[in-house]
Unconditional design. Sequence first.
Lengths: 322, 334
Amino acid sequence: MLTYIVRRILYSIPVLFFSTFLSFIFVSYAGNPLAQLKQNPRFSPQTIENMTHQLHLDMPVIQRYFLWLQDVFTHKLGNSLYTGQALWPQITRTMGHTAQFIIISEVLALILGISIGIYSAIRQYSVFDYVFTSISFLGFAMPTFWLALLLQIAFTDIFLHYNIRIFYTSGLNSLPGGPAWSWDRMQHLALPIATLCIISFALYSRYMRASMLDVINSDYVRTARAKGVSEWRVIMRHVFRNALIPITTVAALNFGALLGGAIVTETIFSLDGIGFFFIQSLATLDLYAVMAYLLITAIAVVVFNLIADIAYGFLDPRIRYD
Amino acid sequence: MTEIKPEQGPMAPSDDSLFPTNQAVEGEIIAPEGSMVATVDDTHAAGLELKVRSQWSYARMRFFRHRLALIGLFGLVVIFSAGIFAGFIAPYTFEEIDLNNILQGPSHAHYFGTDALGRDEFTRVVWGIRTSMEVGVFVALVSTFVGLIIGAVAGYYGGWLDNLLMRFTDLVLTLPLLAVLLTATALLGQGSQWRVSLILVFFFWTGIARVVRGIFLSLREKEYVEAAKASGAGDARLMFRHILPNTLGPIVVNATLAVGTAILVEAALSFLGFGIKPPTPSLGVLVSEARANPEQWWLTVFPGLTIVAIVLCVNFVGDGLRDALDPTQRRMRA
């Protein structure tokens, strides 16, 4: 097992190296970040030339990639191309906010999805099953941004017409820099959490239902029933535990999609998260900020994929890594 | 081949479909041919009328008995014809500004109301459908074609091409897709529909290629392929005549679902301002423009609802095809 983990980690290093290399070339060839400054009459051509030299924009791309790589390790991801500010504090701050609401929404989605998936499978083709199957089908077809906007509009309208503040519809805290765990913060995060939760819930309840049905029809469950084990015990001990195995993989592999969902929800609810940070950097062609985001999230995705594989091995003893 | 009614009830095996077609539909559609889910006795009584059916006619029958798939197909035909005939259906032109009628609610003159410049929202949605449809179908077709060829060659020959393909898909899988697509469309898309579609193709074909490669890998070892090879079939004949038909089921299903995914992704990109840009009509852009007028609910609701309807119908059809094209499923769905 240990050798497997080590080998996977060693394998992901070149993959990360190449994916960042490709993104870097791609991003730097696409546009000159100083193009806007050139049109500004207050910057003389001399200044721009100096800046180009200072930012190493006159070097070949490959050399710049290695300079960037050096910055990643020695200067904690380096500085923003535009503001010159260090990226690391911005990344950690925004990532904290994103992690907070992503984790809460995932936990809720897993609890809801798993319990509803179980019940739908036990009562297959019941009204309950139909209702939740329809909801999850809607969830699959629903653009995240539209769901978020509908929630935002609904709660803004309630506030404007009845003057009742149920949830806030933008920002992180009422006062800038408020505490991370407070009633106020939760009121702000409720709608983003609900958005991501509904989208993930659709996925988990479907998978849980299918996985439960798979196990329910297997021979060992038939045997357990034939032995006279009580139905509750059959479901909880024989079916549920085995049906849970595929869900771990689905949940871990869903991480990349969650980051995408975070970009959209954070932009709509103006949350100071890493997705919003990425969108703003992209709009200004801030090469190093975009690269920092891609690198950090790529590492996160690789780690989650690894966790999924390892968890699978622990949960399912039929799988052997060597 | 006699057709025996599958066992019913909670223990019915491998029933992963969502909604079973119910008895009422069965009666209506199948009535002319007699009951397809005949009991053994019925089949014997009508034994002379049994005819040989090809795999495809079974698939077609299974599809047309899938109630949701039919609803989806019908919905898609309606919505897509609206898109194709946008020029005839739309009561106004796409950019027709009418400052006397800004932000009007839905009415007879404007089914979906008007926006902040008095443009007819229904017209804009219909043209948006056309763009979404074009992007979805183009991305699905081209990425399926590319993925099919690369996946087939990689799975059949193995070797360096296979290695390259798997490494490339690993590369694509390491990055969060939406972020990469946003970066790509922001820098290379220039707001053009075709550029955005091509970028989507670049990241979509790997999924199909992986599926095709997997099937080719397992099938090339099968006895029937070996037998065909022994009787002198060349590589091309083995690949396209003997193995490819077995991959068609999953490919058709994947391609159908890819239409829905591509439409959703394009809408998200355009909504964030990095996908298709005005003046090209796009449902994502319509929703994003509606953010300036949150009080006018119709501007947000109708374009979004249209996206949901399209993707829902596509998914229904994809699900029906998945059930219908599974060749191991000889039985009729009850």
